[in-house]
Design a binder for this molecule. Structure first.
Ligand code: GDP
Length: 455
């Protein structure tokens, strides 16, 4: 085991709740627990003597004073998340009670954990590879069922398995090449060379296949940025409310960077769709601050999906035709709103829209279907994959792929085997970073810092 001290943190969210869990991990975890925990009942075993995976009822005591009535779970290494001895105290979820119990635990010799430090220990102790550690964070941050599925697949080690297969293929080729470098008199036999080229091609194919999932992975993790546009009163706000609908519970407000706009995320058929603010778009430039218009423009330009809302109870305005022209060729759906009212809108030839009524909710499910189809149609992304790479994996894969490509070309021309080996080593290193075999401390820190406290 690489880590020596014992860490502790509140593992449940801050604030009042029925219960809070304080997690303690490290070689002294059970001794720390024993110092603060008094089991109820005469003759009950202290945590240091309790068998693994057992729960004990008692009190947290500090300087003779009872702080709370708790349940203590004793988990012994290596069958724990961190692979270290672990104690979990379930106490009452009051803010003050929780803080007092944590303070008692810290006073008994534990150190307050850094964000992500429990998961970091799980990684350092070989319980998880780096992609699995990232999946733990992915699971916590997942906003839709598809994202949860993808995180579970990654947590199960499926991505790591593919990466290791690539790495093994490259190492195997490298071993062959290095053997030939050691015996420079022997030329590489043509069939050996062909077999090696074949192996490198296959590794390249595997990497490109994984790289193709990056876009889908980004959508599942970060969400798809969408804009709702249309003239005032077309029903844009009503549509947004309809799309957020009962899924409002999963809405996560994200503070905007330039002002405090709130972006809202709707769960549309498992796709987190982040609606960006384009409120200032159609106001005339003299009526509004130019800055607001500029921001709305930028939001529209960066949107990956556009919902153009038309009010079909009024005739088409000239500005609406211009907007439609401007949006042509981008991933866009026309929404013909106010279907419950009499139709007065003549759709120009070639325009196609989805009739909805934000007043009654009619057509909203069809609109969601259309969004789902558009997203996975290839216009925005390919099919939804359960196994996807994130931006960090993609960057490393691209480096590895180009190094392996160069190794392959050099090998094909029969030039310097040293150069082939050099490139292959670079490829092996890059692929190794993904699972954490060759990751630097800086990389590890930046990954684990994204976790919440107590995880
Ligand atoms: P925005 O300015 O584009 O955001 O439009 P709003 O969402 O604020 O809607 C403008 C007005 O149209 C409001 O009074 C809504 O109640 C009304 N409205 C929106 N959608 C419908 C609809 O489908 N049917 C009817 N009859 N009225 C609607």
């Amino acid at each position: 085991m690489l880590t020596k001290d014992t860490i502790a943190a509140v593992a449940t969210p801050l604030g009042e709740g029925g219960l809070a869990v304080i997690r303690i991990s490290g070689p002294a975890a059970l001794a720390v627990a024993a110092a603060v925990f008094r089991p109820a009942g005469r003759g009950a075993a202290p945590p240091t003597e309790a068998p693994s995976h057992t729960v004990h009822y008692g009190h947290i005591v500090r300087e003779g004073q009872r702080l709370d009535e708790v349940l203590l779970t004793v988990l012994r290494a290596p069958g724990t998340f961190t692979r270290e001895d672990t104690a979990e105290i379930s106490c009452h979820g009051g803010v003050l009670v929780t803080r007092m119990v944590l303070a008692a635990v810290l006073a008994a010799g534990a150190r307050l954990a850094e964000p992500g430090e429990f998961t970091q220990r799980a990684f350092l102790n070989g319980r998880l590879d780096l992609t699995q550690a990232e999946a733990v964070a992915g699971l916590i941050h997942a906003r839709t069922e598809l994202a949860v599925d993808a995180a579970h697949e990654q947590l199960a080690g499926k991505l790591a398995g593919r990466i290791r297969a690539v790495r093994d293929a490259l190492m195997n080729a490298l071993a062959h090449i290095e053997a030939h470098i050691d015996f420079p008199d022997e030329d590489i036999a043509p069939d050996t060379q062909a077999a090696l080229l074949d192996r490198l091609d296959r590794a390249g194919d595997l990497m490109r296949e994984l790289l193709r999932t990056a876009r889908e992975g980004q959508i599942l993790r970060r969400g798809l940025r969408a804009a709702i546009v249309g003239r005032p009163n077309a029903g844009k706000s009503s549509l947004l409310n309809q799309l957020l609908g009962r899924e409002r519970a999963i809405v996560s407000p994200v503070a905007g960077t330039t002002r405090d706009t709130v972006e809202e995320t709707a769960n549309i058929r498992g796709i987190p769709v982040v609606f960006v603010d384009t409120a200032g778009l159609r106001e005339t430039a003299d009526a509004v601050e130019a800055e607001g218009v500029k921001r709305s423009r930028a939001a529209l330009e960066s949107a990956e999906l556009i919902l153009h809302v038309l009010d079909q109870s009024t005739p088409l305005g000239p500005d609406e035709a211009a907007l439609a022209d401007e949006l042509a060729g981008r991933p866009r759906l026309m929404v013909l709103n106010k279907h419950d009212l009499e139709a007065r809108l003549q759709l120009p030839v070639g325009w196609e829209g989805i009739p909805v009524s934000c007043a009654t909710g009619a057509g909203i499910e069809q609109l969601k279907d259309a969004i789902e189809r558009l997203v996975w149609s290839g216009a925005i992304a390919g099919e939804p994959h359960q196994l996807t790479v994130n931006a960090r994996h993609a960057e490393a894969l691209r480096r590895a792929e180009s190094a392996v490509g160069r190794a392959r070309d050099t090998l094909a021309t029969g030039e310097s085997l040293e150069l082939v080996a050099f490139e292959l080593r670079a490829g092996v290193r890059a692929v190794g970073e993904i699972v954490g075999d060759t990751a630097t401390d800086d990389l590890l820190d930046s990954i684990f810092r994204q976790f919440c406290l107590g995880k």
